[in-house]
Design a protein around this ligand. Structure first.
Ligand SMILES: Cc1cc2nc3c(=O)[nH]c(=O)nc-3n(C[C@H](O)[C@H](O)[C@H](O)COP(=O)(O)OP(=O)(O)OC[C@H]3O[C@@H](n4cnc5c(N)ncnc54)[C@H](O)[C@@H]3O)c2cc1C
Length: 273
């Protein structure tokens, strides 16, 4: 997206092609993929509006989708509330992509267990769609996805398509809800239900910080090795380029060296999880 000589602090305008309401709090923002905009699943861009600031947002579409870029943004505060008022034809400003995403080449031939909590499905969607675009390069695919209530399920139609494409999709909601016949309980309650070949599996986890601790414990009980567990850390990020220190955990800059890390890499950092 950036010209080769453009400074990474320099935002570029993109015109929204479509804004689609997904749930009460989340909307999908779609814009044409700028020329030369290369990325890996798990990377993020800084999305800004003049006068309102910038926020790190994961790319939710896969690199194999050449025409469009999709972002799924939850309305939580000042900038995201304004973004949710935008419509097709409006302009947003983007910088990036930044950070280190999921290393798909290291997953070739392996079973992949995706574990998403809430909006954590947003970056994992990029990875899942990329993996499905080259399905024959991977082993068994399983998605465990936990949300608070059925109203918060994201990309429901795509979940069905993924299931048909051979992903074992398992959903759970935190608390019982009228009419819900599926699993009830936090996402970790699904882990004992799946068959994990610990010698040939990788786990890709994205969710709220509180989820990581329990998911890691549960995977440890299933003998999954730390180098096979990838997780994306969410920290407050400002520059996206390892300069400002907002996202620093001990000696690492999450925006630059992450947001995706293996458990092995961050195990020794007490503040990471
Ligand atoms: C690598 C990365 C990828 C992300 N991807 C997405 C995504 O795909 N979709 C999405 O909706 N959100 C994503 N986020 C979170 C998003 O950046 C924040 O929700 C956003 O910055 C809030 O901006 P605001 O001005 O609307 O909220 P503010 O008015 O700044 O704050 C509202 C609330 O959000 C919290 N908050 C503010 N900034 C962050 C932040 N950077 N991380 C966590 N909490 C924050 C504040 O503590 C406060 O509770 C991502 C964050 C990171 C670090």
């Amino acid at each position: 997206m950036q010209r080769a000589d453009a400074h990474p602090y320099m935002p570029q305008p993109v015109r929204l092609e479509r804004v689609e309401r997904l749930t009460e709090k989340e909307s999908l923002f779609v814009f044409p993929r700028p020329q030369g905009f290369g990325f890996t699943p798990g990377q993020f861009i800084m999305v800004g509006l003049a006068g309102y600031g910038e926020a790190p947002i994961s790319i939710s579409s896969p690199p194999s989708e050449k025409d469009m870029v999709e972002l799924c943004i939850r309305r939580v505060g000042s900038l995201t509330t304004i973004l949710h008022k935008l419509r097709a034809g409006d302009t947003i400003w983007i910088r990036g992509p930044f950070g280190r995403g999921f290393p798909t080449e290291r997953m070739h031939g392996k079973d992949i267990l995706f574990i998403a909590g809430g909006i954590g499905l947003v970056p994992l969607r990029s990875l899942i769609k990329e993996v499905l675009a080259e399905r024959e390069d991977y082993g068994r695919l399983t998605l465990l996805y936990g949300v608070k209530s059925p109203k918060e399920i994201l990309f429901e139609e795509e979940l069905e398509l993924w299931q048909k494409a051979g992903v074992d999709v398992r959903l759970t909601i935190d608390r019982a809800y009228p009419g819900w016949k599926g699993n009830v309980g936090v996402v970790t309650t699904l882990i004992p239900q799946v068959d994990i070949d610990e010698d040939n599996s990788v786990c890709c986890i994205v969710g709220p910080p509180v989820m990581y601790k329990y998911v890691i414990l549960s995977l440890g009980n299933r003998s999954v090795r730390g180098e096979d567990i990838y997780l994306s850390l969410e920290r407050k990020m400002k520059c996206g380029m390892g300069k400002c220190g907002h996202c620093q955990i001990n000696s690492i800059y999450t925006c630059e060296e992450g947001p995706v890390f293996t458990l092995q890499e961050i195990r020794h950092l007490p503040e990471a999880i």
